[in-house]
Design a protein around this ligand. Structure first.
Ligand code: LMR
Length: 405
């Protein structure tokens, strides 16, 4: 029997926690695992701007006929504006994707179908580890060869920029490199403006191809500030791919909203890349689902809704920054190695704790973090910062040897 010959796959270790948390009867449970924003009451409400856009769509949408494999092209144009601002010298094409992950997968397929300009073997992508747990399956499944390098200290709490420059030396021209645009998942450590500029120039000189994963624009310092790195990059490289997710920034998680942007210096090669991306999308899923992208487009086409959305996003970011500051200033922060949190950005931080601590946090305090020790700070109410740190301090203490009776 065919089905019976499959190896039994474990659930994704991060997503499995969604069900585990729900099934945990402890009322004080704290879910800091999957990257979802929660308010002080622990809810993930639909944003007001999204509700208003949805109401407009319901009232005014005249047809649900197919749009084609590129999806909603006006949505893509608005996303290009949001990410790249007013750009000079660089041209942009883009297609709608199934969330940011779908954009990454499409980007990986584009890289994989392209013959390598140098050497032989499959197209290669360099991943800086630690990284989001799904990057490897997404790229490997698309047929890319993955090479990794460590980009932080052993705790995952300080950037090792020299390691990036070393990677550039070791990589072969034509290799792709994954960069995270802002709010690094899982470390929260972003490049400085100077580091973006240096890396972009070195990569361009070496002929490396950048793929940017941009899922948290607006969660770090602000919509413009968080896009500065990717903008500096595209100014310095001849071509780039940018996988954009709107799932977090518009709170549209389950609607899976994203876009794959391509930047280049000339229109003709971009048109070929776009045609290839559409052909690949057609073979993968034919056409993307419309609703979430239509909502985002409706928000971004209206000055009032954009202002409302921006205020809501600002409020989420402000809470996140307060949480980071509250943890960093807490009396337990120093012992737990968390004083650097206020200088990091976005939804996540890495505890640098081993599996044992992660397990004890769950067992003893009903605090759920990702299996790699990543904490979703956006899920932590300010009122529970004390509980979180007390639980972490307790889980980090070496277990007492059992007393002989
Ligand atoms: C996360 O990193 O927690 C989210 O992006 C959810 C996911 O798909 O892993």
């Amino acid at each position: 029997m065919l089905f019976d010959r499959f190896d039994l796959q474990p659930d994704d270790p991060l997503l499995a926690l969604i069900g585990e948390v729900r099934a945990d009867p402890r009322r004080h449970r704290l879910d800091l695992s999957v990257g979802v924003y929660r308010d002080e009451e622990g809810q993930t409400p639909v944003m007001e701007a999204v509700k208003a856009a949805e109401a407009q769509l319901v009232a005014g949408q005249a047809s649900k006929a197919y749009l084609g494999p590129a999806g909603d092209v006006q949505f893509c144009a608005r996303i290009a504006d949001l990410v790249l601002g007013t750009r000079s010298g660089c041209q942009v094409a883009g297609l709608q994707s199934v969330g940011g992950t779908g954009a990454l997968r499409l980007a990986a397929r584009l890289l994989a179908v392209n013959p390598r300009p140098h050497g032989s073997g499959p197209a290669t992508i360099w991943l800086a580890k630690p990284t989001w747990g799904n990057h490897v399956p997404v790229f490997e499944g698309a047929g890319l060869r993955i090479r990794t390098f460590a980009h932080t200290d052993a705790m995952g709490t300080a950037l090792d920029f020299a390691a990036w420059l070393e990677m550039v030396e070791r990589a072969e021209p034509g290799d792709a490199v994954l960069l995270q645009g802002c709010g690094h998942n899982p470390t929260g450590i972003d490049f400085t403006a100077q580091q973006w500029a240096t890396l972009a120039t070195r990569m361009a000189d070496k002929g490396l191809f950048p793929l940017v994963d941009l899922a948290y624009q607006g969660f770090g310092l602000g919509l413009e500030e968080d896009a500065a790195g990717v903008r500096a990059l595209v100014e310095r490289v001849p071509e780039a791919l940018i996988a954009v997710s709107c799932n977090k920034t518009f709170g549209l998680y389950r609607d899976r909203v994203g876009a794959l942007l391509m930047t280049g210096l000339q229109a003709a090669p971009l048109a070929k890349a776009m045609a290839m991306a559409k052909a690949l999308a057609r073979g993968e899923y034919s056409m993307p689902p419309d609703h979430g992208a239509a909502v985002v487009r409706t928000v971004l086409e209206s000055a009032d809704l954009t202002a409302l959305w921006t205020r809501e996003l600002d409020a989420m970011r402000t809470r996140l920054i307060q949480t980071r500051k509250a943890i960093a200033a807490h009396p337990l922060a120093s012992d737990l190695g968390l004083t650097g949190l206020a200088d990091q950005k976005g939804m996540f931080c890495l505890l640098g704790a081993g599996h044992r601590v992660v397990q004890r946090l769950k067992d003893e305090s009903a605090i759920y973090v990702a299996p790699d020790g990543r904490v979703n700070l956006a899920g932590l109410p300010l009122a529970r910062v004390d509980d979180f740190l007390a639980g972490l301090a307790s889980a980090s203490r070496a277990p007492q040897p059992e007393m002989a009776l």
